[in-house]
Ligand binder design. Structure first.
Ligand SMILES: [Zn+2]
Length: 248
C-alpha cells in the first residue's frame, strides 16, 4: 500500500535512473512498495505527523486543543529570535531513517517525501516569506558529504512554492563540532557565532522575510544562532521550517 508519497522535484532524473535498475522500495525498511517514493504500510504508522493544535511560536504539539494562537510555556520562558518554527513530523524511527538516509547514505530519493511533508506543514510560513535559505554546512563538511541535505530540501520547497531559495546568503564562518551527542547547553555554545551573512550577500535579505530550512529541529540552538545572524544582517523576519522536530 502506498500511503505517504512524494512527487515532483528532487533528483527526478536520478530517481528515474534508479527505478529502471531497481524495483521501488520503502525508504525506511527497504521492503517492496507499489510505487516510487512511498512508505510501506508497516512504516507509515511510525511516521507521526505534527498537526494542530501546536504552539504558535515553536510549533510543538499540544496534548489537547487549547484554542488558536496559544503559545507554549517554553515560548514564554525562552522566546526565540525567529517568529515561528514548524516541522512536518516528530523525530521518530521512520523520520530518523529518512533523515539519516538523506544525510549520510546518499539516498537522495527520500528527499521528495520530506519536501512534500514540509510543504504541507510550512504552508503558512511559505505564504509570508520572500526568500528560502538553507542552514549551511561548513565547506569542509560539504566537501566530505558532497551535498548539503538542507539545501536539497530548500531547493525542493522553492520549486514547489515558486519562492526563490539561495544557499549563498548564509555561511558557516567556523567549523563546529557535530551537534549529535551534545547537551542543549553544549549545542548552544557550539554554534554561537558560527554563522555569517557575508557583506556582499546582505542586499539579498535586507528588509525581507526569510524562511530558514533544516532537516531536524533538536534543541533549537542552530535555528536560533542562524536566525540571529540573518536578523543582524538586515532580514525583516525569520521563520524556521524543518522536516522533523524532536518535540522534547
Ligand atoms: Zn517500510
Amino acid at each position: 500500500m502506498t500511503v505517504f508519497s512524494g512527487s515532483g522535484w528532487v533528483p527526478t532524473m536520478m530517481r528515474r535512473s534508479i527505478d529502471l535498475l531497481l524495483p521501488p522500495v520503502c525508504p525506511v525498511c527497504r521492503g517492496a512498495v507499489s510505487g516510487g517514493n512511498a512508505l510501506c504500510a508497516s512504516c507509515w504508522p511510525t511516521m507521526e505527523s505534527i498537526t494542530s493544535p501546536v504552539c504558535k511560536v515553536y510549533g510543538t504539539p499540544f496534548a489537547y486543543d487549547v484554542g488558536a494562537d496559544i503559545v507554549s510555556a517554553q515560548a514564554i520562558a525562552d522566546p526565540p529570535p525567529f517568529g515561528a518554527a514548524r516541522a512536518a513530523v516528530r523525530y521518530g524511527p521512520a523520520a530518523k531513517a529518512l533523515v539519516h538516509g538523506l544525510k549520510y547514505q546518499d539516498r537522495l530519493e527520500v528527499a521528495d517525501l520530506m519536501i512534500t511533508a514540509m510543504h504541507r506543514a510550512g504552508a503558512e510560513l511559505l505564504q509570508q516569506c520572500q526568500l528560502i535559505v538553507p542552514v549551511p554546512l561548513h565547506r569542509w563538511r560539504l566537501w566530505w558529504r558532497r551535498y548539503n541535505q538542507s539545501q536539497i530540501l530548500a531547493a525542493g520547497l522553492s520549486a514547489r512554492s515558486g519562492i526563490p531559495s539561495d544557499p549563498f546568503v548564509l555561511c558557516r564562518k567556523r567549523k563546529t563540532r557535530q551537534q549529535v551527542g551534545l547537551t542543549a547547553n553544549e549545542r548552544q555554545t557550539n554554534v554561537r557565532g558560527a554563522f555569517l551573512v557575508p557583506a556582499d550577500q546582505r542586499i539579498k535579505i535586507s528588509g525581507r522575510h526569510v524562511l530558514l530550512i533544516d532537516d531536524v529541529y533538536t534543541s533549537g540552538a542552530t535555528a536560533k544562532a542562524a536566525s540571529r545572524e540573518l536578523l543582524r544582517a538586515g532580514a525583516a523576519g525569520v521563520d524556521v521550517l524543518t522536516f522533523a522536530n524532536v518535540c522534547q
